[in-house]
Design a protein around this ligand. Structure first.
Ligand SMILES: [Ca+2]
Length: 448
């Protein structure tokens, strides 16, 4: 029979159930969100997949990034991976004591790039998606002899509120304590010359999709920064890449001590990939207009041709390979309007490789580890549109490409790095759905 104590317990149980039912009923959308969250955590936290390539079976482990943010980048110290989102959220991704990977939020002070002000002012014209393109483009963690500590450098768009224009800026801080990730005060070391207005290009589409922004260490005093043409290519707006009086469509050398900068190479479109190997070869990958993505070997003061020279076609000829165009007499659709070289790239520094079909080159590395020993010194280029890695065997003596293998990843890839243990790490792109976060993909050898 119920004694007094049991009755009280029953009453508490009954009230709890009642409150839960009422709360669930009142907050059905919140409940759905929680359910989705749990579902995502279960299914997307870590998905393993094995894919085959010519020499290796690869194990791909996918980890969903905690925030929904476009662009940003990944960097490493040894086997620790650092992720910075396009909105300046900073995370450490590493194995915990249980040998499982997890993200730790590092609450470092954010730089003030005025993103919110830019979006609020311009979203009426650009649309709600303005936030996607505005923000951090890359992150670099490196040692320089001129600094006592490791240095953290990021590239980001910066909005000048008074003039209502934006530029590409680079910020530097020292990592004073690596264990607790304490940093010194942020210093701005570069702002691109010529502040861009959103009506730079004819279309209202926000030009920052063609911004470049990759940073690499060049030597003990300098970094190289790639900057895109922001679609100001002589067709969709003024021509910036061939004009040495601005910093767009260029690779820029920046002295991180005295902040002086100079144009290193020019005639680029949207060079999102930049890598310097142990022998000081500098490779860059860039987006072409429609087809015509390139890998270039970067030499000082060279002109890489854009927009006068490209193997690509007119941006509007997305049906270049369709029967439609073959039947049509409108062959001008195929021609990049300001091409001077009849698609030969003559009189300009030619790429070492250019794609005919759509690739969407995002970043590249030279694989310099013993782990995938058959890939040693190969170029590995990541792609957005084609959702794959392109592995090239490059003949360093004759400067030519000998071999290409396509490795299908089936995700738009934004960034690629290799760790000290030889694993390769990719950062993928977000999807349109806010639940579709970017991912970190760890690539190792499959034991199968
Ligand atoms: Ca070129």
């Amino acid at each position: 029979m119920f004694n007094k104590k049991n009755l009280i317990l029953f009453f508490i149980w009954f009230i709890t159930i009642l409150i839960t039912l009422l709360w669930t009923f009142e907050n059905s959308d919140k409940v759905q969100k929680l359910k989705d969250q749990i579902k995502n955590e279960k299914t997307d936290q870590k998905i393993e997949k094995v894919i085959n390539t010519a020499y290796y079976s690869l194990n791909l482990k996918k980890f969903k990034i905690p925030v929904y943010s476009k662009y940003g980048g990944i960097e490493k110290i040894g086997e620790k991976i650092y992720y910075i989102s396009g909105d300046l959220d900073f995370y450490l991704f590493q194995k915990n004591k249980k040998d499982q990977y997890s993200f730790t939020n590092l609450p470092i002070k954010k730089i003030n790039n005025n993103k919110d002000k830019f979006v609020n002012k311009n979203k009426v014209i650009i649309g709600e998606k303005a936030w996607k393109f505005f923000g951090v483009k890359d992150v670099l963690i490196e040692e320089f002899k001129t600094f006592e500590n490791k240095v953290l450098i990021i590239s980001s768009l910066y909005y000048e509120e008074i003039k209502d224009c934006y530029n590409m800026s680079v910020y530097l801080t020292e990592i004073v304590n690596e264990d607790i990730f304490k940093i010194s005060k942020w210093k701005k070391i570069f702002s691109s010359e010529m502040c861009l207005k959103i009506d730079l290009t004819k279309k209202t589409k926000f030009a920052a999709a063609s911004s470049g922004g990759r940073i690499i260490k060049f030597n003990e005093d300098n970094v190289l920064l790639s900057i895109g043409d922001f679609y100001a290519d002589g067709v969709n707006g003024p021509m910036l890449s061939q004009d040495l009086n601005n910093d767009y469509g260029k690779i820029i050398k920046i002295n991180i001590n005295n902040k002086q900068h100079e144009v290193f190479s020019f005639g680029h479109r949207n060079p999102q990939g930049l890598y310097i190997d142990k022998d000081k070869n500098i490779f860059s990958s860039e987006h072409g207009p429609r087809g015509g993505d390139e890998i270039n070997l970067i030499k000082k003061d060279k002109n890489y041709g854009w927009p006068y020279a490209t193997y690509g076609t007119n941006y509007n000829s997305y049906n270049a390979y369709s029967k439609d165009l073959q039947k049509s007499n409108n062959k001008s659709k195929r021609v990049w309007p300001v091409d001077e070289t009849n698609n030969t790239h003559d009189n300009y520094t030619k790429p070492i490789f250019s794609w005919g079909d759509t690739f969407g080159a995002s970043n590249l590395i030279v694989y310099e580890n013993e782990y995938f020993d058959k890939w040693k010194k190969n170029l590995i280029v990541s792609s957005l549109a084609a959702k794959k890695l392109a592995r090239f065997v490059y003949d360093y003596e004759n400067n030519s490409i000998l071999y290409l293998e396509n490795i299908i990843i089936d995700k738009r890839i934004r960034d690629i790095i290799s760790l000290d243990n030889g694993n390769i790490v990719l950062l993928t792109d977000i999807g349109d759905d806010v639940a579709d976060h970017a991912e970190i993909i760890m690539i190792s050898k499959s034991e199968n």
